[in-house]
Design a protein around this ligand. Structure first.
Ligand code: AMP
Length: 443
């Protein structure tokens, strides 16, 4: 006898179900609308890419690449049999994407998009995969909405505009407690960022004994990351470390000052945060992070920054670049916590039809109302009047359209408003007119 296996979604993954998915759709629709008003077009890169793409772009020393990627060995080209799938001879590793900027840059190079009018503005949305420890707001399959501007200049007005766009998107959704932190982490040229990193490393070596294990390791691998440590015991030590703002070269200082002026011009409030370095290697100059209310420790809903060297690092021409990624799961959580997540899953009209002869009229009415964009429930079998109204109520219907044989014969249909029980009679044409009118009034 077959044993009963109870399957469950894998740890860190989850099913998004109605009615919540209505909210997801609303968020995504709003993103599409806002981003298109800034001239962005959608890109849909694949879910998996060569592991090496992420190792090069995100950085081999980052947590994402060193610990969190879902990597597997693809079978060699032409190998059909299952038995060869795990052949140790095949070294072509692929990974589920932990983020999408690397893919967008790969696509930019692959399709010679530098030949298109610059700058090129692309946005994406979809699932990303990181093998992190799951908790509230942190999943192994999570969703990002992101955008990238590639090519053209690195004028600070571009940095400010892309930030303005995210803030507008959040405002459109009614996200609460939004705070924008910005920083400049300088240029990777020797006199600026690299010089600072060496000073930081030297300062960290001095206090090595007082640091936690992660930070100790990062002194060698990625000292900037020590700055965003949340470990309580390290906070006082970090406060005394050298600050990048004191080590920016003239060009980077000017760029940063102008980004701030451009944000002021756009009326975008921000807070400077010298410890904001971001976890990915490809960033330079402008970095930013946006936090929102109701998320506990995982309160970053958006991270982004400038990455002028990335396209070149991946084998393309020297190209300016800036972008951001919004954590959609967290954005949704924050909206729900603030009571902005209510969704209408109900029906506009429940068709309570009774009697054989009323069925064709009910089917036709359902088709017509759906054609006009109303949410309609048409019971597949005849119901008693009381049961039909009970069902209409359970489904959160606004109206019940009562169609009995008398109504069909007279052409006068009864519409019952479920909230107050009132009824009115309409011809078919009047009914549609009435519903259209109340929709305008109520929305
Ligand atoms: P990052 O580029 O890593 O800062 O990611 C950008 C945004 O994606 C973050 O600010 C989060 O909102 C979101 N994010 C990153 N990792 C996760 C995760 N494991 N679960 C949910 N959201 C995440």
């Amino acid at each position: 006898m077959a044993t009963k296996t109870k399957f469950q979604a894998i740890k860190g993954t989850r099913d998004l179900l109605p009615p919540e998915t209505e909210l997801w759709n609303r968020v995504e629709q709003t993103a599409r609308e806002v981003f298109s008003t800034y001239g962005f077009g959608e890109i849909r890169p694949p879910i998996f890419e060569p592991t090496e793409l992420f190792a090069r772009a995100v950085g081999g020393e980052t947590d994402i690449v060193s610990k969190e990627m879902y990597t597997f060995r693809d079978r060699p080209e032409g190998a059909e049999s299952l038995a060869t799938r795990h052949s140790p001879l095949d070294s072509s590793l692929v990974s589920l994407r932990p983020e999408a900027t690397a893919s967008v840059c790969r696509a930019y190079i692959e399709h010679n998009m530098q030949q298109l009018p610059a700058p090129l503005k692309l946005y994406y949305l979809g699932p990303m995969f990181r093998r992190e420890r799951p908790q509230k707001g942190r999943y192994r399959q999570f969703y990002q909405i992101g955008a990238e501007i590639l090519g053209g200049t690195d004028a600070p007005g571009i940095d400010a505009e892309v930030i303005e766009m995210v803030m507008l998107f959040f405002a459109r959704l009614g996200l609460e407690g939004v705070q924008l932190d910005i920083n400049s982490i300088g240029h990777s040229a020797p006199e600026c960022r690299r010089g600072y990193v060496e000073k930081l490393r030297a300062a960290l070596v001095e206090v090595r004994d007082q640091l936690g294990e992660d930070s100790k390791r990062r002194i060698d691998t990625n000292p900037l990351r020590v700055l965003d440590s949340k470990l309580e015991s390290e906070q006082a030590i970090i406060a005394k470390l050298p600050r990048i703002s004191d080590h920016l070269c003239d060009e980077c200082s000017k760029h940063y000052a102008e980004v701030k002026r451009q944000l002021d011009l756009r009326g975008v409030p921000f807070k400077e945060n010298w410890r904001l370095v971001r976890g990915l290697d490809y960033y330079m100059r402008t970095t930013f992070e946006i936090t929102a209310k109701g998320l506990g420790s995982q309160n970053a809903v958006c991270g982004g920054g400038r990455y002028d060297g990335l396209v070149e690092l991946l084998g393309g021409p020297p190209t300016k670049g800036i972008g951001f990624a919004i954590g959609e799961d967290r954005l949704i959580l924050s909206l729900q916590e603030a009571g902005k997540g209510s969704v209408t899953q109900g029906r506009d009209v429940y068709i309570a039809w009774m009697g054989e002869k009323a069925q064709p009229a009910a089917i036709a009415a359902a088709r017509k109302l759906r054609g006009a964009g109303f949410r309609v429930e048409l019971p597949p079998t005849e119901q008693k009047f009381g049961k039909a109204l009970g069902q209409a109520d359970k489904l959160g219907s606004r109206y019940a359209l009562i169609l009995g044989e008398d109504e069909v014969a007279s052409g006068q249909w009864t519409l019952k408003t479920l909230a107050d029980g009132t009824q009115a009679k309409f011809s078919e044409a009047e009914l549609l007119e009435f519903l259209r009118h109340t929709r305008v009034v109520s929305s």
